[in-house]
Design a binder for this molecule. Sequence first.
Ligand SMILES: Cc1cc2nc3c(=O)[nH]c(=O)nc-3n(C[C@H](O)[C@H](O)[C@H](O)COP(=O)(O)O)c2cc1C
Length: 170
Amino acid sequence: MSSKKRRALLICHSRTGNSLRLCEKTAEILREGGVEAKIIRIRPAFGIPYPGWLFLSLFPTMKFPIKQIGEDMRGFDLALLFLPKWTMANPVVNKFISRATFKFPPTGVIVSYGGWRGESFLHSVKASLWMRGIKVLGGILVKRSEKDQEEGKIREFLGSVLPDAFPKRP
Ligand SMILES: Cc1cc2nc3c(=O)[nH]c(=O)nc-3n(C[C@H](O)[C@H](O)[C@H](O)COP(=O)(O)O)c2cc1C
């Protein structure tokens, strides 16, 4: 195995904390496995009330202004995108994906959701990455009410994207 420490960029949008919890747990597990993990947050340029988000999220290509991310996002071997499922689209993440000027490394997607229609949403996020020429490593849906299963799901997913660092347990 290469002695060079691998670097993972964890990109997170979270309004009520569920995606952020998954992101922080993932960072912890990656670091335990000897992988460097850096978290960056995608934040809307300004907040709006829930009904406003709900309305905007009905439009699949909607984009919402985001705060500048001053950090260098180059030089990572892997990216993991954490976001909540919002109706048809997450306009905050749409904006981030559409305006990213750095070259994404191979990317995995982790979606927190309430339990409704997650598959089609996950697929649309992956498709928007594919359309930008980004290699998509796969994705998972994690129900916000199933906290006891979060860690197991994250470990299983990391096992599929980084099998040498996270081999399957017998
Ligand atoms: C505008 C909006 C739309 C949502 N639409 C859905 C939905 O269609 N299906 C679903 O399962 N959950 C939906 N949710 C619930 C979130 O996906 C869920 O609460 C998630 O865990 C929030 O993640 P966060 O805490 O990182 O913001 C929606 C939440 C918001 C704010």
